[in-house]
Design a protein around this ligand. Structure first.
Ligand code: ATP
Ligand code: MG
Length: 428
C-alpha cells in the first residue's frame, strides 16, 4: 500500500532473501491450497508483496491465478485492503464485462514463514509492458491502441463513476491482456493437462533450488553476452543482428485493469504520494490534493507509450535539480506553462516554483507540443498525429477538474475512427 515504485516483476526473479519469516511462501508444483481445492501448476509472476501462481481449481475445473501474499502483518493488512476493493468491484459487475480483474475467492494459508493471505483471481495474459517489449518498443498501430484504450477507459469509468474508487497506480504493467501473447503459455489454448499430484523428486526446497539454478544460468548468460559483446566491437557494428519488426496481428487486444494494492476510495484516501513516477500527475508532485483525474493522467501517459513505444515522461535528476523538478519541466515543455495558480497552489509548490510560477532551477524550456512531437520524432502522418493529440491533450490538462472523465473519453471520436475507416473500406 506504499507508493509504488516500478515493480520488480519484470526482473528475472524475486530473489530468495524474501523467503523467510514474514516473507513469501515457498510453493512447489503440485502444492495444494484451501483444503485441496487449488493445485499449484507454475509461477506466473511476482511483486514486492506477493508471488502469483497458475493454479488449477478442482471445483470448477478452471485455471486461476493464485496470488500468495507475504505473511508479515503489514502485507496481510495490504492484502485485506486489496481484497475489500476487488470484492466491491466483483460485486458490482456480475457479468464480468467492466474490464477489471475478477476476484474469485480468498483464504488464508499457513506455511513455515507464517500465515499468508491468498487471492484467487481469474487467469489473465501478459501485461501491456510485456506487449510493448514484445513489440520491441516500436510504435503500435493506432487501431490496436484504440482497442486497448477502450478497455482501460471502460475499467476506469466503472471504478470511478460506479464504485467511487481511484486506482492510483495505473501503468502498462498493471493492465493485463485477457489472453497470453504466446498461445503455448495459455494452459487452455495449449491443451495443458492439469498437474493434480506432486511430481516425483520435487519434495523439498524445489523453489529455492529453482532460484539457485536461475541465478547460475543468469551468470552464464551474462558471461556469454560479455564475450560476444567484445567480439561485436572487434568485428564491427555490421555484425549486430537487425531485429525485424514483429507482427501483433492475431493478438487479442482486450485487457483488464489489475493490481489494486494501491487503490483507494475517493472519500477515504490514505496516501499523499501515489502513482509510479513516470505516470504521476502534477497535482501529486505538488501535493495539491487529488481525485479520480489522477488515473486519467496515467491513462494518457499509457496511451502515448503504447502508440510510440516510449514513455511520455521519463524524468531524471540533474545538476542542481531533482527528479520532481525535471518532471515538471518535461510536462511544461510538452504542454505549455503550468498556470500560475496551479503551480503555486500546492503544499510543495515552494520547493519548485518561484512566486511568478517559474521553475526555480530549470530556467530554459524547449517547447515541443504533442502533435509536433508525434510527427517530427515518431513520424506519424500529420492528420493522425493531430487527431491523437486532440484526444490526449485535454486529458493532460494541468487543472485536474478540466480533464475529461473516463465516461467522456469513451465518447471521443478518436476512439471510433477505426469503425469509420472500415466502413470507408467496405463502401469503397
Ligand atoms: P507490486 O509489486 O506490483 O505491487 P504485487 O505483489 O501486488 O506487485 P501483482 O502486481 O498483483 O503483485 O502481480 C505480480 C505479477 O503476477 C504481475 O506482474 C503478473 O505478471 C502476475 N499476475 C498478477 N495477476 C495475474 C492474473 N490475474 N493472471 C495472470 N498473471 C497475473
Ligand atoms: Mg504490480
Amino acid at each position: 500500500m506504499s507508493c509504488s515504485s516500478s515493480s520488480g516483476s519484470e526482473e528475472d526473479d524475486e530473489g530468495f532473501d524474501s523467503y523467510r519469516k514474514g516473507g513469501y511462501h515457498a510453493v512447489r508444483i503440485g502444492d495444494q491450497f484451501s483444503g485441496g481445492r487449488y493445485i499449484a501448476q507454475r509461477k506466473l509472476g511476482w511483486g514486492q508483496f506477493s508471488t502469483v501462481w497458475l493454479a488449477y481449481d478442482t471445483h470448477t475445473s478452471n485455471y486461476v491465478a493464485l496470488k500468495i501474499q507475504k505473511s508479515a502483518q503489514h502485507f496481510s493488512q495490504a492484502a485485506l485492503h486489496e481484497i475489500e476493493l476487488l470484492q466491491a468491484a466483483a460485486d458490482g459487475d456480475p457479468a464480468n464485462t467492466k474490464c477489471v480483474v475478477r476476484l474469485i475467492d480468498d483464504f488464508k494459508h499457513a506455511g513455515p514463514n507464517g500465515q499468508h493471505l491468498c487471492m484467487v483471481l481469474e487467469f489473465l495474459g501478459d501485461s501491456l509492458l510485456r506487449l510493448i517489449k514484445y513489440n520491441r518498443y516500436k510504435a503500435m498501430e493506432l487501431n490496436k491502441v484504440r482497442e486497448i484504450c477502450k478497455c482501460i477507459l471502460t475499467g476506469l469509468d466503472y471504478l470511478h463513476r460506479e464504485l467511487g474508487m481511484i486506482h492510483s497506480d495505473l501503468k502498462p504493467e498493471n493492465i493485463l491482456l485477457c489472453s497470453t501473447i504466446d498461445a503455448a503459455k495459455d494452459p487452455i489454448r495449449s491443451g495443458l493437462t492439469p498437474i493434480l499430484e506432486k511430481p516425483e523428486g520435487n519434495q523439498n526446497g524445489a523453489a529455492t533450488m529453482n532460484l539457485i539454478e536461475k541465478k547460475l544460468k543468469r551468470r552464464a548468460r551474462r558471461a556469454v553476452a560479455k564475450i560476444s559483446g567484445r567480439r561485436v566491437s572487434i568485428v564491427g557494428l555490421s555484425e549486430t543482428p537487425t531485429k525485424t519488426v514483429r507482427s501483433l496481428d492475431g493478438i487479442d487486444m482486450r485487457c483488464k485493469v489489475v493490481d489494486f494494492g494501491n487503490a483507494c476510495w475517493a472519500d477515504n484516501k490514505f496516501a499523499e504520494e501515489i502513482q509510479t513516477r513516470q505516470y504521476r500527475a502534477p497535482e501529486v508532485i505538488l501535493q495539491s490534493g487529488y481525485s479520480f483525474s489522477v488515473d486519467m493522467w496515467s491513462f494518457a501517459c499509457t496511451a502515448f507509450e503504447l502508440a510510440t513505444g516510449d514513455m511520455l515522461f521519463a524524468p531524471k535528476d540533474g545538476n542542481g535539480y531533482g527528479e520532481d523538478e525535471d518532471h515538471l519541466a518535461l510536462m511544461m515543455e510538452l504542454l505549455g506553462k503550468i498556470p500560475r495558480k496551479i503551480a503555486t497552489g500546492g503544499a510543495r509548490s515552494k520547493d519548485y516554483f518561484d512566486r511568478h510560477g517559474d521553475l526555480k532551477r530549470i530556467r530554459r524550456l524547449k517547447y515541443w507540443p504533442l502533435d509536433r512531437l508525434l510527427t517530427d520524432k515518431y513520424k506519424l502522418p500529420e492528420a493522425e498525429a493531430r487527431e491523437f493529440a486532440e484526444f490526449l491533450c485535454p486529458i493532460l490538462a494541468f487543472e485536474p477538474e478540466k480533464r475529461p472523465t473516463a465516461q467522456q473519453c469513451l465518447q471521443h471520436p478518436w476512439l471510433n475512427l477505426r469503425a469509420q475507416n472500415n466502413e470507408d473500406q467496405v463502401e469503397g
